[in-house]
Every structure is written in C-alpha cells, then in structure tokens.
Ligand binder design. Structure first.
Ligand SMILES: [Zn+2]
Length: 325
C-alpha cells in the first residue's frame, strides 16, 4: 500500500484527558484535538468515542477517513503489546482488566490498530523526530503523574522477557521512603512524580514551615506547578522540594546509566515540561557527581524533550507506518 495521501490516526490517552492526532508519513501532525475523559471508563464506550472523534477530526481537516492507514493508541498500561491486550491500566480503564483493546479499537474504527505503552511511544517518537534521532542507545524517561522509561538499544525497542522492561518508576530509590501506588516503599514514582512532589510540599506545610505556597494554592491542594512557581520566586521550602526531587531523579538516572550506558537520556512528561528550567541543569550536575569516576558519564547527554506532548503521538504514528504500510 503506498503512503500517498495517507495518514495514521493516533491517540495518547492519559488519566484525565486524551490527545488525538492525524499524522502523515513525514511525522507532520495534520490535525489534533484534546478532550477530557468522562468518569465512565468502559472500554467499549471509550473506543467508540475515540472512533467518533477521529472521524470528526478527519472531516474537519478535509481528510478522507478511507485514507487512514491504521490507528495507534498510547497509554499507561500493563499490556501484551503484540496481542493488543491491556492487562491493567488503572488511570485509563479503572478496574477493567484483560481488555482486548486493540481488537475493540480496530472494530470501532474499521481499521487495523495497535497499542503502545506511553513511555515507549514517547521514546519512539523522540527517536524518530526528537532528541533521540540518530541515537543508537537511547532511553526516554517520562516524569509526570507516574514515572516510566522507554528503552531503545542498538536502535531497537528493548522490552525484556515478558515485556515489562522500563518500569523504572518502581525502581527502589530509598527503602525508607514513602509508600508507592504499587504497595512498596521508596519507588522513584513515590518520590519524583507530580503527586509525590506535591505531597512533600504539603508535608513541609504540616510541619509549620513558612512558605508562599499556601497563599498560592489558596483553598486548593498544592500541586507540583505551585511548587515550581514558588521556587522561581526563591521560596526556600519550594526550593528544598525541588532539590530533593533532583536528588531522587539523579539517583535513578545514575542507576540507568550504570545498567544501560545510554548515549542520550531524553526526559519528558508533565514535570519536565513544567519545571525544566529548575530541574535540568541541577540534574545534570547531580548525575555527574553521583556517577563518580567509574564510568565516563560526561559522554551521556541528558536532554529535555523537543516534541513535548506530541512525542507519544509521533511514536505510535511511527509504529503504524512501520507495521501497516
Ligand atoms: Zn512502586
């Protein structure tokens, strides 16, 4: 099938919102839409809504739906990617388990479909058009509501024996740390994700430390965004929270470097997008300091995403183009 006039219909489904995009063979996003997910997380309803919105998006952009090559969906899932079955995806599908999502999506859209884990989708996108382009040993770390990694070694996706490689958010960073969503203690996700950053700031407030964050948040709960805003104003409590976050992420990245020796580590996700001015340079220094002289860490570049929120869309688009042409 030729690529002439064709495009991939892609989505990146998060915990509260979904990003849709129609992507051509060169990685150009021809049309995009963002929408909020409802409370209802029935898989059948979700694929029907996606199918409906894809068609409307194509029509709005003057594109013929029959020219869609295939459909790709990125999400934070535990899944059998090859068979397209989502074992579990609490943020996206609530308590639904063992969902044949690829088949449902294909039936609803009338096109071949595929699914991808969000960190891997973003890694593939960045390796195609972003900070991982032309890099043979590339790891992409997503720091947002959760933490995960997509690993590309020798230019190929590395998923491990049962496909669970990249569950970097559940690497133990501090055995005496706070409890993680997975039930264990001191995982990177429990220390450096958005909710973890917010929780540490709340903890400082409870201890009675003076900070502008209480006034900034008002009646609402403190978020990582509030922490970053306060840190930019020189608020000592917020700066402490940022420093701790840099330390935890630094420990995590040093572990990755020791195990995988990547050429480039790309960083993305909401926390990096919202706080790269505060996090990136200190993180690079932290990694150099913690690696010591055992490995030549200065050769490994640590770069923020150049694709931003489009990274995962482009990653699934790349897979659609590779698999369905
Ligand atoms: Zn965990």
């Amino acid at each position: 099938m030729s690529a002439e006039g064709r495009y991939a219909a892609c989505c990146d489904v998060g915990g509260t919102k979904a990003l849709l995009g129609l992507v051509d063979v060169d990685g150009q996003v021809l049309a995009r839409e963002r929408y909020l997910l409802g409370e209802q997380r029935d898989p059948q309803d979700m694929v029907e809504e996606l199918a409906h919105r894809f068609r409307a998006l194509a029509t709005g952009a003057g594109l013929d739906w029959h020219k869609v090559l295939g459909v790709g969906c990125s999400a934070a899932v535990m899944a059998d990617i090859e068979r397209g079955i989502i074992f579990s995806a609490p943020n996206m599908l609530g308590s639904h388990r063992d969902v044949p999502f690829r088949q449902l999506l294909s039936d609803a859209t009338g096109r071949p479909a595929l699914i991808e884990m969000d960190a891997y989708a973003a890694a593939l996108g960045e390796a195609w058009k972003g900070v991982g382009a032309g890099v043979d040993y590339f790891v992409y770390v997503v720091v947002g509501t959760g933490v995960g990694a997509g690993i590309l070694m020798e230019g190929r996706v590395y998923r491990g024996w049962r496909g669970t490689a990249g569950e970097f958010g559940h690497a133990t960073i501090d055995p005496n740390g706070p409890q993680c969503n997975c039930g264990r203690y001191g995982c990177l996700e429990a220390l450096a994700s958005g909710p973890a950053i917010a929780l540490r700031a709340e903890g400082a407030l409870v201890q009675g430390r003076q900070t502008v964050m209480s006034a900034m948040a008002g009646d609402a709960a403190i978020t990582a965004e509030v922490v970053f805003q306060a840190a930019r104003q020189g608020d000592e409590v917020a700066l402490d929270v940022v420093r701790q976050t840099v330390e935890y992420l630094g420990i995590g990245l040093v572990n990755l470097i020791h195990i995988l020796n990547p050429q480039v580590i790309g960083l993305g996700g909401g926390i990096i997008l919202g706080g790269s001015d505060l996090l990136l340079d200190p993180l690079r220094r932290e990694v150099v300091r913690r690696c010591g002289s055992w490995v030549d860490v200065r050769g490994t570049r640590i770069l923020a995403t150049s694709l931003g929120e489009d990274a995962a869309l482009l990653g699934v688009a790349r897979r659609v183009w590779e698999e369905f042409v």
